[in-house]
Design a protein around this ligand. Structure first.
Ligand code: ADP
Ligand code: ZN
Length: 679
């Protein structure tokens, strides 16, 4: 039998397991009941797909989303694995094929929607085809407390008992409550072998920014990522429409998506997003669990999410392929008011509402974090991060902090002296000594607090109030139009028993022409776009999403390492045997073709003596690529390095070695010096 490691590279084209995968694969393959909790993008599917190939019989995969199942079946088929799905989205032909493969005993994975379990005959069918394993994706759907509850998931326990085969459950939802429910309902309370993998997604850059002309902030963020697939999350349906229009106006391909749209247009957006490269979807959270696109390069929140869990889940949709991805979350005092009001007005029981406020507080704590965001975020999920991550906005430029005790006391005093009956705007007027009509009408210009806060301007005070709301020292009262109420936590500060540190807002002015964030170096960029164009053409011809051919990560590796033969191509991550066979030659042609295309560094030298020198150096390099006798490991210098040699003409080995490094100087040094001394 092929080992897991063999299958990983030959079938899936990966040379190493991601953290946690190997242990899970071996437990599942050995037929033990397992529960694996892995973050989105951690690579859960492989943990049942690989064991399915190692075990006898058919693996039944229960998954809540048709689009997701179809996608996985397509991916597996491309990789040469016999897989099929029985869903309501099937054509008759597809269904016939699945049954034929089942009868012939060739099918390894059968995907099924939970509703199917309710249909008569399903159990009989599954008994007949010899099921060896049940895999349950998104297992938290059995939880009646969660947002994704699927009643039909409750039938899975029954199915396991009836078939008497091992079950492997997967989810990204980690809280203990949900975990207990999964164990109770899927495993009849008998604890399965449980794997809890880390929640860090190191390739995702984290950033928050207080709102300041928020539309401009989003447009600038998108402009710096032109042509890359992204999602913008908004709090309201109306905003998805207006923001999508603004992005379109700015020359992006963008569309709106929200729960109020008809099913048809919604499906269209989902399909386009999956299929196209570089589409921006502006959505409410309704654009959620069904998004299974591995190459989403960025996620922006135009409004503050509901909770820290929601935030984590939404940004987690970016960069599932492991290539760099970026996020930006905007927030302001209005967001805090809106989110608090939504919780207060919900029909949930009081304990639940208190828990929701706590989750919102955790997110606000992250927004106003004094240091590394990743440490704060993962700390919330119980994971210690020993060092600042170096890959978030706060690690990039630490916030300016100041002792805010006096400011907070002044703000609280203004609130209390006006009977906790006013919102931020009016309180800021009082503090800054702005005698508006409303201030005068209420006699607030004769309060002792009137004008005591001239050390800050309006914006400064607004930042203070926002942070006070963020730390839950004060809350807007929904019954009194958002008038601020003091919370118990503020009392020690008011009484002078505690101090508080605040952050000065650093609002990076949105530059008019933001630098475009590239995925690869300037030198490799043209090749990467050529590879993407080839991928697009192949994807369109086959009517599959681009990433089914190869993910961004795979193309980036191709552009950077420039394999010159099919053997070298096979070593690229994501290039398994079947894909190598199918697409290897086509992409190789792009790479070798692109190498022959004049490189920008060479074009710069065109018509100059160094241009000729450059060509001769390149010839020498090509001759020695595999050493004097042609059987060493291939080695080359980057094109810009050769151009630099042609321009600076070093004449001695010491200078040359400094430029080339030992290894390359060893291989090419002598021959280069000969050419350079002639030139
Ligand atoms: P999730 O855990 O969210 O279900 P997926 O199973 O969809 O994640 O995997 C996310 C991405 O990671 C996919 O593009 C998949 O091909 C890739 N992937 C999974 N395992 C590996 C691996 N061992 N090496 C490289 N990429 C992997
Ligand atoms: Zn950090």
């Amino acid at each position: 039998m092929a080992t897991a490691q063999d299958l990983l590279s030959t079938v899936f084209g990966f040379d190493a397991f991601r953290p946690g995968q190997e242990e899970i694969v071996s437990a599942v393959a050995a037929g033990r009941n397992t529960l694996a909790i892995m973050p989105t993008g951690g690579g859960k599917s492989l943990c049942f797909q690989l064991p399915a190939l190692m075990r006898d019989g058919v693996t039944v995969v229960i998954s809540p989303l048709i689009a997701l199942m179809r996608d996985q079946v397509r991916g597996l088929t491309e990789a040469g694995v016999a897989a099929g799905a029985l869903t309501s989205g099937n054509t008759e032909d597809e269904t016939r094929e699945v049954f034929a493969a089942l009868d012939a005993g060739t099918l390894k994975l059968l995907y099924m929607a939970p509703e199917r379990l309710a249909a008569g005959g399903t159990l009989t069918l599954l008994r007949r085809i010899g099921v060896g394993l049940i895999a349950v994706d998104e297992a938290h759907c059995v939880s009646q407390w969660g947002h994704d509850f699927r009643p039909d998931y409750l039938r899975i326990g029954e199915l396991r008992r009836a078939l008497n085969v091992p079950l492997a459950a997967f989810t990204a939802t980690a809280d203990a409550e949900t975990r207990d429910e999964i164990v109770a309902r899927l495993f009849d309370g008998a604890a399965p072998e449980t794997f809890l993998r880390g929640f860090d997604r190191p390739n995702i850059h984290l950033a928050f920014s207080p709102k300041d002309k928020p539309r401009q902030q989003i447009l600038a963020f998108a402009a710096a990522r032109r042509g890359q697939s992204g999602i913008v999350y908004c709090a309201t349906r109306a905003k998805t429409e207006t923001l999508a229009a603004a992005l379109t106006e700015a020359g992006h391909t963008a569309c709106a998506y929200h729960g109020g749209m008809e099913a048809g247009p919604r499906r269209d957006v989902e399909a386009r997003f999956q299929q196209e490269d570089g589409l921006i979807v502006v959505a409410t959270v309704a654009f959620g669990m069904g998004v299974d696109k591995p190459d989403i390069r960025w996620v922006a929140h135009a409004d503050l999410p509901k909770s820290i869990e929601g935030y984590y889940q939404e940004i987690g949709r970016a960069g599932r392929d492991g290539a760099p991805a970026e996020t930006l979350t905007l927030y302001g005092a209005d967001d805090i008011r809106l989110r608090r009001a939504q919780i207060d007005e919900s029909p949930a029981p009081p304990e639940r509402r208190a828990a929701d406020h706590a989750r919102l507080n955790a997110l606000l704590g992250l927004a106003e974090a004094p240091g590394c965001r990743r440490q704060t975020l993962l700390g919330y999920f119980g994971e210690a991060v020993p060092e600042p991550c170096g890959h978030c906005d706060l690690c990039g430029s630490p916030p300016d902090r100041f002792d805010g005790t006096e400011a907070v006391r002044k703000a609280l005093s203004a609130m209390l002296r006006t009977g906790e009956s006013f919102g931020t705007g009016h309180l800021v007027d009082i503090l800054t000594g702005t005698a508006t009509e409303k201030v005068r009408a209420r006699g607030h210009d004769s309060l002792p607090t009137f004008g005591v806060g001239r050390e800050f301007d309006r914006r400064g005070w607004q930042a203070v109030f926002r942070q006070m709301m963020g730390r839950d020292l004060v809350r807007p009262d929904p019954e009194r139009h958002g008038a601020l109420r003091m919370m118990e936590a503020a009392r020690p500060i008011l009484k002078g028993e505690a101090t508080i540190e605040l952050r000065r807002d650093t609002i990076a002015a949105a530059t008019a022409r933001p630098a475009v964030k590239a995925l690869v170096s300037d030198e490799d960029a043209p090749l990467l776009s050529a590879l993407k164009a080839k991928r697009r053409a192949l994807a369109e011809a086959a009517r599959v999403p681009a990433y089914i051919i190869f993910t961004d990560r795979t193309l980036i590796e191709m552009a950077e390492t420039r394999p010159a033969t099919l053997d070298e191509m096979a070593r690229i991550g994501g290039v398994g045997a079947s894909k190598l066979d199918r697409y290897g030659a086509a992409f190789l042609e792009v790479i070798t073709g692109a190498t022959e295309m004049p490189h920008p560094a060479r074009r710069r030298l065109a018509g100059r003596p160094s241009g000729d020198l450059f060509d001769r150096l390149m010839d020498v390099q090509a001759r020695l690529a595999r050493g004097e006798d042609g059987c060493d490991k291939p080695l080359s210098c980057s094109t810009s390095l050769v151009a630099k040699l042609a321009e600076t003409r070093p004449r001695d080995m010491v200078t040359l070695t400094r430029l080339l490094g030992e290894r390359r100087a060893d291989r090419f040094g002598q021959a280069f010096l000969e050419v350079l001394s002639e030139g």
